[in-house]
Design a protein around this ligand. Structure first.
Ligand code: 3HC
Ligand code: NAI
Length: 694
């Protein structure tokens, strides 16, 4: 076994190298030798300066998350930083790749930081439901000032090296030979004979900080926290850095960290961290499967989804050939894309030059022959099997032999679409979520015949464009929309029995969802569901009546709610209340107050149940994949870890008991507990760690 920490020498400069693949996380196996190395070097008179560097692809990416929740083993990271900070010789962190979380905190324990030009630095603990736990909130403001520190710590977003340099987080950028530059830097500092101040002693940025302005920023951030504890704790901790002496602020940070790390939200968010990584490991698609190269993507249809999908690829630097039925539709699609970029420019998140650069990556066309040069073509035309089949047979005729052909269908049978080509092994579903240039989730739908290298390519390209992919099997609605149907299966009955759209939505937002189901219907447009129901011979008493009155949601100013003067704020509408009451009377349904707990039982429990049916059928490989779908595609609150994780927390026996109760009353299949759910509950094992045997 190679050593995780080694000391080498370049003359009077010592280089301490951490080597703990894949990301140099600071597990006990690194901390112990690192502490020893620093102690040795402190007492070695022949050493004039120390460089702290990492082997492999990155600097330290953080504490070892797998150790959280287990008994602590000393030395802890804060012990090491204390040792580091007490060293009188200049210490220099040489940062390549990413310095994240505990990794950046370690670097903040050094006198100086030199970053490779491609490096990123950040404190992403908030995304794990935590505050930085080794002094990050106390030291970072001392370097970059409270306002920038607040933003970095509450967002968790890393900053690139140039931004880090501009804000004095790093002292220099290395264009090449990072280690050599770091050694030269340490040598210079040692030779200067001037003792460098540790970060803890640098008060300039926080003395006299504008606390009122800070509190206003923090209040704004708190408003967006939507029930999450960590962002608030992060803001409090940075505030402490301004108002308390260093050691007291440090102790307060530690206390917050300890409390959060043992809490449910952080457990849920850590579950999601690992779940997201697990989801990219697909049965039958090992590392030996080489992906195909994707240099140009084709998108067919420039409507709501096609336009967003095309933008997603262009934003990831991949040129797109965009095809529409005719010039008019193409111009309309391009105009929408241009308008979206213009909004980004007006918000300051995109420069005019960058916008022009992106627009130049679109090759618009109405000629299928132009798709011949594409390595991947995604169809986003009308949701109609006949249209899709026609598009795929045309595509089959022009696409190059190695091309991958994808459909963005929401519900249609991907196997049937694949069968309309001569190459079903090259066909799969790539189900994006609206708006496709924003939403992270990508359901990769594996058809019966989809080849492993096609899946590997899809996973790779998803990462390139910043999507979170989950591989799912073919069924009506795949994972997300199928569970969404289960969630809404009893919603109309809740309305008839006495809950208002507003009451139901408030239960959802109180749970942590960004919006409730009725707000969502209004946003998406009620006419879509209406059309689908009519095609399938289905009924929805209230929604159908709303549609018959031309109430299609936000786009018509009326739906389940009223939207006055183009506003997007839903206002409860007495006309809708009347309509619901009339419908209930006609059906002989007596109305009553419906408690919040019942709303949860009749919406989220069937959704969990449907998830277990999806697992039973092998449509999803693991329960945690379902959690990734729901937290990234539908706004399930991350602090609850996704529906499967939440179900464990809620208690499987309770869920089964209530499902059976409601099933006894309404006989709906979505309420009949699946055999798998019953089995897992009987075994007393968790649902969220369930892995199928496919
Ligand atoms: N602890 C344990 N394992 C970690 C880890 C960590 N901090 N960071 C990454 N890993 C593991 C991943 O689970 C994955 O394992 P797998 O191969 O078995 O699935 C492997 O390392 C590679 O990770 P990625 O697939 O994510 O690799 P990428 O190259 O895509 O990304 C990265 C690299 C940007 C460093 C990314 O891994 C990342 O963001 N890591 C987490 C960073 C983080 O959250 N740090 C803060 C930790 S909390 C902390 O430090 C508390 C402190 O304040 C006390
Ligand atoms: P849309 O109606 O906004 O866009 C469809 C576009 O396809 C139109 O611009 C139309 O001119 C074009 N088109 C139709 N036939 C064509 C053909 N033969 N050749 C070239 N272009 C053609 O529809 P939307 O909402 O973008 O949906 C597209 C697909 O994406 C559907 O399969 C839908 O189920 C799916 N989807 C929709 C989501 C949504 O939220 N709207 C979410 C996820 C998937």
């Amino acid at each position: 076994m190679t050593e995780t920490v080694t000391i080498t020498r370049d003359g009077e400069i010592a280089i301490v190298t951490i080597d703990n693949p894949p990301v140099n996380a600071l597990g006990f196996g690194v901390r112990e030798p690192l502490q020893k190395a620093l102690e040795t070097l402190t007492g070695d008179a022949s050493v004039a300066g120390i460089v702290l560097a990492c082997a492999g692809r990155t600097f330290v990416a953080g504490a070892d998350i797998t150790e959280f929740g287990k008994p602590k083993q000393r030395p802890e990271l804060r012990d090491i930083i204390e040792t580091l900070e007490a060293i009188r010789k200049p210490t220099v962190a040489a940062i390549h790749g990413a310095a994240l979380g505990g990794g950046l905190e370690l670097a903040l324990g050094c006198h100086f930081r030199i970053a490779d030009k491609g490096a990123k630095l950040g404190l992403p603990e908030v995304k794990l439901g935590l505050v930085p736990g080794a002094g990050g909130t106390v030291r970072l403001p001392r370097l970059v000032g409270p306002s920038k520190a607040l933003k970095m710590i509450v967002s968790g977003a890393p900053v690139p090296a140039d931004v880090a340099l501009a804000s004095a987080l790093v002292d220099a950028i290395s264009e090449s030979s990072l280690l050599a530059n770091a050694v030269a830097f340490a040598r210079d500092k040692a030779a200067s004979g001037v003792a460098a101040a540790p970060v803890r002693n640098r008060g300039g940025q926080i003395i006299g900080a504008d606390l009122a302005a800070f509190d206003a920023d923090a209040a704004e951030l708190a408003r967006k926290a939507r029930g999450l504890e960590a962002p608030l704790a992060c803001a409090q901790s940075v505030r402490n850095a301004i108002t308390l002496p260093f050691d007291e602020a440090l102790a307060a940070e530690r206390e917050l960290f300890t409390k959060l790390v043992s809490g449910d939200q952080s457990r849920a968010q850590r579950h999601l961290f690992f779940a997201e990584r697990e989801a990219t490991k697909v049965p039958g698609v090992g590392k030996e499967v080489a992906p195909r190269e994707i240099r140009r993507v084709g998108v067919i249809g420039a409507g709501t989804m096609g336009g967003g999908i095309a933008m997603a690829f262009v934003n990831g630097g991949i040129p797109v050939t965009l095809l529409e039925m005719n010039r008019e539709a193409l111009d309309r699609g391009l105009a929408t894309i241009e308008k979206n970029y213009a909004i980004s420019v007006s918000r300051g998140s995109l420069s005019e030059d960058a916008k022009a650069g992106r627009m130049a990556l679109f090759a618009p066309t109405t000629d299928y022959a132009d798709l011949a040069e594409c390595d991947l073509v995604i169809e986003a035309v009308f949701e109609d099997m006949a249209v899709k089949r026609e598009v795929f047979s045309k595509l089959d005729a022009v696409a190059k032999p190695t091309a991958i052909l994808a459909t963005n269908t929401s519900y249609l049978d991907v196997n049937e679409i694949a069968a309309s080509t001569s190459r079903p092994q090259d066909v799969l579903g790539l189900h994006f979520f609206s708006p496709a240039n924003v939403m992270k989730l990508l359901e990769i739908v594996r058809g019966e015949k989809t080849a492993p290298d096609v899946l590997a390519t899809a996973l790779g390209v998803a990462k390139r464009i910043g999507k979170v992919p989950v591989v799912v099997g073919v069924c009506h609605g795949f994972v997300g929309n199928r569970m969404l149907s289960a969630r809404s299966a009893d919603a109309e009955n809740l309305l008839l029995e006495g809950a208002s759209p507003d009451e139901i939505d408030k239960v959802f937002t109180g749970f942590g969802w960004p919006m409730g189901p009725f707000q969502m219907y209004d946003l998406a447009g009620l006419d879509i569901g209406w059309r689908n129901r009519k095609a399938r011979g289905q009924l929805a008493v209230i929604a159908d009546r709303l549609c018959e009155q031309g109430r299609f949601g936000q786009k018509t100013g009326k739906g389940f709610y009223l939207y006055e003067n183009g506003s997007r704020t839903p206002v409860p509408d007495p006309e809708v209340t009347q309509l619901i009451e009339d419908s209930a009377r006609e059906r002989g349904v007596s109305r009553r107050a419906v408690p919040a707990g019942e709303i949860i039982e009749r919406t989220l429990y069937p959704m969990v149940n449907e998830g277990t049916k999806i697992l039973e059928e092998g449509i999803a490989a693991r329960a945690s994949d379902i959690d990734i779908v729901w937290t990234n595609g539908y706004g399930f609150p991350v602090g609850k870890g996704g529906p499967m994780f939440w179900a464990d927390f809620e208690g499987l026996p309770k869920i089964i008991e209530r499902l059976e109760y409601w099933h006894g009353g309404n006989g709906k299949d979505v309420f009949r507990p699946s055999a798998l759910l019953k089995r897992i509950a009987a075994e007393g094992s968790p649902l969220s760690t369930f892995v199928g045997n496919g």
